[in-house]
Design a protein around this ligand. Structure first.
Ligand code: ADP
Length: 333
């Protein structure tokens, strides 16, 4: 089992739903973004208008979906959820937009994966709450304008750089979510443990936090594994259960999972530490380039194990040390 930062089963989705904060005040960390969102929502409320469109960017599991739900909840508006891959044609988007009720919050996850033709329709919709629907084909084709109910678009993307500029520019506010530090993750875990009525001592919470890749979703998921362990083996959810459970699930001492390590090992052992191009790397470890780029790399870069250079990815000295591999030029005789 690899603990990936995206949900895999219905049980996990239900578990996540149960732990999701409902208000900005309950949302841990990201204090800057919280303040910015609060102001944006307050301003809209005072002027009785729909809040500006919001773009949430950051690696999976940092709270983008949660924030979209909070925006709807805090501004007392209904929420509609969709995703880029579900919008394969402009018609899919037209159907979605024309069925929104006034003031609705529309959440589009993975918005960078929406069809190009839909993107163009979205520009006009975001700007003027209007779309043009094409009827007929060839020389006889005409476009029929359709007014939409005002709405707030909340888009989520793993990397805002993947979005075309005209789309990015139409969001009134972009929040770049950062990885969480251990203290913040400990708070996420304290909250989750409380909701699960699970007694996890502070040292055990901090240990899970430090092995969660800076990601609340992973923290909650590791907590679930620790809870499983405590239920099956007895003896509570203390430090011993944490160590045993995390070892069982291949979470290494600094929280790297199997794919993180596979990427680093590939660069170090097969490519002498790099540089190696993204696509070559992706093929070598058998993963999609996009997964490597938006899921694996951001954390490895943040902890200083990987650097991106114009010629490709390079493993740092820290990576060699962490893997316990000696660098050929590291001063041996
Ligand atoms: P994303 O949409 O960015 O992939 P989600 O919003 O689905 O991430 O968050 C994943 C899980 O992590 C949710 O179950 C949520 O409970 C938890 N979570 C995320 N951010 C926070 C936070 N700031 N405080 C508390 N829990 C959080």
């Amino acid at each position: 089992l690899v603990i990936r930062p995206t949900p895999e089963s219905d049980a996990e989705l239900a578990f996540e739903g149960a732990l999701r904060p409902r208000t900005l005040a309950e949302f841990v960390g990201q204090s800057k973004v919280r303040g910015q969102l609060q102001l944006l929502l307050d301003a809209a409320a005072m002027q009785s208008r729909t809040p500006d469109h919001i773009l949430l960017a950051g690696p999976p599991g940092l709270g983008k979906t949660t924030l979209a739900m909070i925006v709807a909840h805090e501004s007392n508006r209904p929420l509609r959820m969709s995703s880029g891959p579900a919008i394969q044609h402009a018609g899919d988007l037209a159907a979605l937009l024309s069925s929104l009720v006034p003031g609705e919050v529309l959440f589009i996850d993975e918005i960078h994966r929406m069809a190009r033709s839909a993107e163009e329709m979205l520009y006009l919709a975001m700007e003027d709450f209007r779309i043009d629907i094409m009827v007929g084909k060839g020389a006889g084709a005409t476009s029929i304008p359709l007014d939409l109910a005002p709405f707030t678009l909340v888009g989520a993307t793993t990397r805002s750089g993947l979005l075309p500029n005209p789309l990015r520019d139409r969001f009134g506010f972009t929040a770049n979510l950062e990885f969480y530090d251990d203290v913040e993750l400990e708070e996420v875990l304290a909250r989750a443990a409380r909701l699960l009525a699970l007694d996890v001592p502070a040292d055990a919470r901090l240990e899970i936090a430090s092995r969660s890749r800076g990601t609340p979703r992973i923290a909650n998921r590791l907590l679930r594994r620790v809870r499983d362990y405590a239920i099956v083996r007895g003896g509570g959810a203390g430090m011993e259960a944490v160590h045993a459970a995390l070892e069982l699930y291949d979470v290494d001492p600094i929280g790297l999972d199997r794919l993180d390590r596979a990427v680093l090992e590939m660069i170090v052992t097969r490519f002498d530490g790099g540089p190696v191009g993204l696509n070559t790397l992706a093929v070598s470890v058998g993963e999609e380039a996009e997964t490597i780029e938006s899921v694996v790399e951001p954390f490895l870069v943040r902890i200083g194990m990987l650097t991106r250079t114009p010629r490709g990815r390079v493993a740092t000295r820290r990576a060699w040390d962490h893997l316990g591999v000696r660098r050929p030029d590291s001063g041996s005789l």
